[in-house]
Design a protein around this ligand. Structure first.
Ligand code: G3P
Ligand code: CA
Length: 268
C-alpha cells in the first residue's frame, strides 16, 4: 500500500530524501540527488539560499563554512564566487568510511540546474530557508518552477511541495500560486504545545505538517491526521524509529537514508 496512490494521498507513504541521499554522499550535491533518485526516493528535499546576485542555490546553512571550503554568508557572495568552491571534500574529511574520490571538487548546484537535470522524472520537496534574509526568494522560486513547467496547467499534483518554518513565506507562496501544496514545518517546542485551533489554522493554508520527529507523540499523530493533514516528520535515520513512527500513522518522513525508509515502509 505504501507505494500506491496520488503523491498527496494520506494512503501513500512518501520517502523524502533529506538533502538528497545525504547519509552516503555530500548533502545538496548532484551526487547526493542522483543517489536518492537511484534509491527510488519519492522526493528530493532541497533547502534554498539566495546569492548576492539573486540566484537560488541548494544549501542548508546561511553560511558557506560547513559544507564548502569557502567562508562567510551566502548573501555576500555572487554565484560566480560560490561556483569556485568545493562542496564535497568536507564530507570525505568528516565521514571517512563514506568517502569517495568522486566527491572531491563537487560544485554547489543552483535550483535551475537541479530542475534541468531531473526535470519531470523526480519530485521536489523545497524549503524556503531564512526567507527574511532573502526578500524576493518566493518570487524567484515560482519563476524558476514555471520555467521548468513544474507548476501551471500541465503540472502533476504533488510533484512540487513547498515547506517552511515561516508561515509568512508559505502564505506568500500561496498568493503566488494557490495550487502549490505547502507544508508547515514545526520545531520540537511548537509541536509540543500545539493546539486544535493551531491545527485548524494550519489546515487553512497547508496540506500537512513537518515536525521534529523527537517531539511527536501518538496523541499528536491522531490529532494531526484527524485534521486531514499529511504528516512528514524530520529527520528519521534509525530503522527502529522509522517503524515506531509508521505504526503511529505518519504519511511519510524526511530521511538521510532513503533506502532504509523504503525498506521500513514495505511492511505498512
Ligand atoms: O525540512 C525539514 C527538515 O529538513 C528541517 O530541518 O534544518 O534539516 O532543514 P533542516
Ligand atoms: Ca530542510
Amino acid at each position: 500500500a505504501s507505494s500506491k496512490g496520488d503523491l498527496l494521498s494520506p494512503k501513500r507513504i512518501v520517502t523524502i530524501a533529506h538533502r538528497g541521499a545525504s547519509g552516503y554522499a555530500p548533502e545538496h550535491t548532484m551526487s547526493s540527488y542522483q543517489l536518492a533518485y537511484k534509491m527510488k526516493a519519492d522526493y528530493i528535499e532541497l533547502d534554498l539560499q539566495m546569492t548576492k546576485d539573486g540566484q537560488l542555490i541548494a544549501m542548508h546553512d546561511e553560511t558557506l563554512d560547513r559544507t564548502t571550503n569557502g567562508s562567510g554568508a551566502v548573501k555576500d557572495h555572487t554565484l560566480r564566487e560560490i561556483k569556485q568552491l568545493d562542496a564535497g571534500s568536507w564530507f570525505n574529511e568528516t565521514y571517512h568510511n563514506q568517502a569517495k574520490m568522486e566527491y572531491k571538487g563537487l560544485k554547489v548546484p543552483t535550483l535551475d540546474e537541479i530542475l534541468e537535470t531531473f526535470g519531470k522524472h523526480a519530485n521536489y520537496y523545497i524549503e524556503t530557508k531564512s526567507p527574511n534574509t532573502y526578500p524576493g526568494m518566493e518570487e524567484k522560486l515560482i519563476e524558476t518552477l514555471k520555467k521548468h513547467h513544474l507548476i501551471g496547467p500541465h503540472a502533476k499534483r504533488g510533484q512540487v511541495m513547498i515547506q517552511s518554518f515561516s508561515k509568512d513565506s508559505l502564505l506568500k507562496i500561496r498568493d503566488l500560486d494557490p495550487k502549490l501544496p505547502t507544508i508547515q514545518l514545526l520545531n520540537a517546542k511548537s509541536m509540543q504545545s500545539i493546539t486544535d485551533a493551531t491545527l485548524t489554522e494550519i489546515r487553512s493554508y497547508a496540506v500537512g505538517i513537518g515536525p521534529d520527529f523527537k517531539s511527536l507523540k501518538g496523541k499528536n499523530v491522531q490529532d494531526i491526521r484527524q485534521h486531514d493533514l499529511l504528516l512528514h516528520p524530520y529527520t528519521v535515520n534509525d530503522k527502529a524509529e522509522m517503524t515506531r513512527l509508521l505504526t503511529l500513522g505518519i504519511t511519510g518522513a524526511f530521511t538521510n537514508y532513503a533506502d532504509l525508509f523504503n525498506e521500513a515502509k514495505k511492511e505498512f
